[in-house]
Design a protein around this ligand. Structure first.
Ligand code: SF4
Length: 461
């Protein structure tokens, strides 16, 4: 069976050589970079806002038990049912049980990354449910039977023409590549799915402990319909999504919008806190929250990288990452891509099989610099590399380092080896390029200088 590391190498090599892909991502990001830059200027003091956000999240993560209990008490008092899920399997079981008890058949979903994390669509389809994604980007990738490419822009890798072709093929509509027309096609298709759905599955951007409510921020209004129209409502929420007070949203909502899409605020910001009350005319009859651990508590136990639970999933670190921009989202083979994905995935799926993601970084630090909640991403990637060596010593890398150490400790041998290599470097069979493959397959190996530093030094006397 191909290992995740081999799959990563295979996929990323293909995408990195695709210049059209690179240009498309670069174009998509150009607009984002401008609007995010303007958005940051709208804050009185962006750095102070980052400090506050980091402090608030640090406080919550440091007292997670307390805030989770508060959140659960308050939301249950309003009639919601809370289900704790230690792992993906338990979370899927809760969802299937809820739907089974309610006699539901059709499910509509708004964008929910925890759903991707636990592969809920696959489980529902296997159990015979009809599942439809209502976020436009997610709807597109669902039609293509693909995973989201980016956790804010799921279909960013596709051109309008490709989306037009897809709609014609899958929905039998006349071809168009105009964004307005494509949106109207999806809107017409989804409207009837909203009307027919028995259950809605959503996520949460934040879970407010003080009031016992979940906050959802979006641009299309599809999450509102997902939460309001079906009679059963299920929210899949990671335990790290808690924030202490309602007023904290005044900081986090504009911060998430600015870092995520470059907007001052997304178009729709809603709070949900339970099922329809007796004198209310709309809203779900049942309101369930599945609180997902799925190894978040393992991250919590690691003091060094605990701050990666501060993540508000804005996607900014992906947008600036030179590696993500060259290899794209599908190469990672994980729900969370880019720098934060490379930090979290080894915790979520196992360090031994997934530590290679920590090497998908130039360690330039752009991710750390842009992160609104100040997660020390590039140092965490270094720490993951170090941790990986303790579970799986890098055997292949051992002998070159041993040779290097041997030579560097013996200046005469080193000098002799450099002289020999200088003469042989253009000799095709023994050339460094051949010897050092695959390292040199995609890199230029600089020529050894005609004169060494030691010779130069000697000549100067
Ligand atoms: S790590 Fe920071 S920049 Fe990356 S998605 Fe999370 S909050 Fe955004």
């Amino acid at each position: 069976m191909t290992s995740p590391a081999d799959k990563f190498t295979e996929k990323s090599t293909v995408v990195a050589e695709n210049l059209d892909h690179r240009a498309r991502i670069r174009d998509a990001m150009k607009k984002y970079e401008g609007t995010r830059g303007d958005g940051v200027q709208r804050f009185n003091d962006w750095e102070a806002a980052r400090d506050s956000a980091s402090r608030i999240k640090g406080n919550v993560i440091g007292r997670l038990n307390h805030y989770l209990e508060q959140f659960v008490d308050r939301i249950e008092a309003r009639g919601a049912r809370v289900h704790w899920a230690e792992d993906s399997a338990e979370a899927r079981r809760h969802v299937l049980d809820i739907l089974g008890r309610a006699g539901a058949r059709r499910v509509i979903k708004s964008k929910v990354m925890t759903g991707e994390e636990i592969s809920i669509n696959h489980a529902l389809e296997k159990a015979g449910y009809e599942v439809v994604e209502s976020d436009l980007g997610e709807f597109i990738v669902q039609l293509r039977r693909e995973d989201p490419y980016h956790f804010v822009f799921p279909a960013m890798h596709l051109s309008r023409g490709e989306i037009g072709d897809l709609f014609t093929k899958e929905l039998n509509t006349p071809h168009s590549s105009e964004p307005e027309e494509l949106t109207m096609v999806a809107r017409r298709e989804l409207r009837k799915r909203f009307m027919e759905a028995d259950a809605g599955i959503c996520g949460a951007n934040f879970a407010v402990a003080e009031t016992g409510m979940i906050s959802i921020t979006e641009n299309e209004g599809n999450a509102r319909l997902t939460c309001a129209m079906p009679r059963i409502q299920i929210a899949l929420v990671g335990i790290e999504k808690v924030i202490p007070r309602l007023e904290d949203l005044a900081l986090f909502l504009p911060m998430l919008a600015t870092s995520g899409t470059g907007q001052a605020l997304t178009c729709y910001n809603s709070l949900y806190g339970g099922p329809r009350l007796q004198d209310e005319v709309d809203g779900p009859e049942e309101f369930h929250i599945v609180l997902l651990d799925n190894r978040r508590t393992v991250v919590l136990a690691d003091e060094e990288q605990r701050d990666s639970l501060h993540c508000i999933r804005c996607g900014a670190c992906l947008n600036v990452c030179p590696i993500y921009r060259n290899i794209g989202g599908h190469s990672y083979g994980a729900t969370y891509q880019g720098p934060i994905g490379s930090v979290l995935t080894p915790y979520f799926k196992g360090l031994r099989a997934w530590s290679h993601l920590a090497h998908a970084s130039s360690l330039c630090g752009a991710c750390t610099e842009i992160c609104p909640v100040k997660i020390d991403l590039h140092h965490h990637l270094l720490q993951t590399r170090r941790n990986a060596v303790s579970v799986q010593p890098a055997r292949k890398a051992r002998w070159p380092y041993a040779c290097f150490a041997f030579m560097m400790n013996r200046p005469r041998i080193y000098g002799f080896a450099v002289r020999v290599m200088r003469r042989l470097q253009h000799w095709p069979v023994v050339s460094g390029r051949k010897l050092l493959r695959p390292w040199t397959k995609s890199r230029e190996l600089p020529e050894i200088a005609p004169r060494s530093f030691r010779d130069w030094w000697k000549e100067r006397g």
